[in-house]
Write a protein that binds this ligand. Structure first.
Ligand SMILES: [Zn+2]
Length: 331
């Protein structure tokens, strides 16, 4: 089965699927996840199980008419709602469109399933329209709402749902899993670093471990080893790829935070486990300087995330110049 690829999802799946078998499933399920933990396949399989009309087991049968329609992406009683391309929100029309149909009989005679992906992107009007439907749940209809664990969903919607946090594997389990996915060329410390930089979400880590991306991180760290002792941050500019500027900033913040941990002798919490020499080098700076650098870079990240139309290059130059000033001062 599909989830065999993601062994950490098997227990959560069993838990929710046994609710379906015992007809104890809540009509509105809210799944919170860390992006890259296999959330889409997980939810898709749950939807498949809810729509299957044959299976008495945890797994959908995959052969009944309903399963076949689902697998062919043609199930008339299954809808996925999400923000459209280039759209930052899920609008009221999308919800109204569904709400008008859920009170009708299902076309295949089984359950109806509506998956609202990135549910926190619903506008307030859309959320209120959904709320009405959730308050008067139509028969045999299941809503699955999903979003990242730190997203801001309206509390009124939240209170109408059964919340479920999709578990992440333990670090060691993720490392073993990555090794089985052809990442054997990386050391355990590298795999751990990629995972910890990715909130331990295995699929997110694979993006960072893509050879080109991993090489970019390595070059960035190697450059830091050169520029930090000379206090020549300006030289870092050439390692900035302005498409991924926020990522570079996050890498540096994680290194600074590791240096602070090293100074406080809590090295076991270090994220960049493959960059110990660099962390030691950064840890020769005072706590004040490290904190000031961290604040400066974090502020730049927040600016870039929240203000649109900023000149990324200018922001980076400013941050690099200020980093040199901070490092020059006494203490
Ligand atoms: Zn089936």
């Amino acid at each position: 089965m599909i989830l065999n690829d993601y062994p950490w999802l098997s227990q959560p799946y069993q838990q929710l699927a046994s609710g379906i078998i015992n007809k104890r499933s809540h009509h509105a399920l809210l799944i919170n996840y860390v992006q890259g933990s296999g959330e889409n396949k997980f939810i898709s399989k749950l939807a498949n199980r809810l729509l299957c009309q044959c299976s008495q087991q945890l797994e959908p049968c995959l052969s009944c008419h309903s399963c076949q329609l689902f697998l062919a992406h043609h199930h008339p009683d299954y809808s996925v709602i999400t923000n459209g391309q280039d759209k930052q929100s899920i609008g009221i029309d999308q919800i109204r469109n569904i709400a008008s149909r859920v009170y009708e009989k299902s076309q295949q005679g089984g359950n109806k399933v509506i998956w609202i992906k990135h549910a926190a992107l619903m506008t307030e009007a859309a959320a209120n329209a959904l709320l009405k439907t959730l308050e008067e749940p139509p028969q045999n209809t299941y809503f699955i709402l999903s979003d990242e664990h730190n997203s801001q969903l309206l509390p009124t919607i939240h209170s109408r749902c059964f919340s479920y946090f999709l578990t992440l594997p333990k670090l060691e389990q993720s490392i073993e899993w990555l090794k089985k996915q052809h990442y054997q060329q990386y050391s355990d410390n590298e795999l751990a670093s990629a995972l910890l930089l990715s909130e331990n979400a295995p699929l997110k880590a694979t993006a960072l471990l893509a050879p080109e991306k991993w090489q970019q991180r390595k070059e960035f760290c190697d450059h830091l080893l050169e520029v930090v002792p000379q206090n020549n941050y300006w030289q870092l500019a050439k390692t900035f790829n302005y498409e991924d500027v926020i990522e570079r900033i996050i890498w540096f913040c994680a290194l600074l935070s590791d240096a602070l941990k090293a100074k406080q002798k809590v090295g076991r919490f270090i994220v960049n486990r493959d960059q110990v020499p660099l962390i030691r080098l950064l840890a020769t700076k005072s706590n004040e300087k490290l904190s000031a650098l961290y604040d400066l870079w974090l502020q730049a990240r927040n600016q870039l995330l929240t203000v649109t139309g900023l000149n990324k290059e200018l922001i980076v130059y400013n941050v690099l110049a200020q980093s040199e000033l901070i490092s020059e001062t006494k203490n």
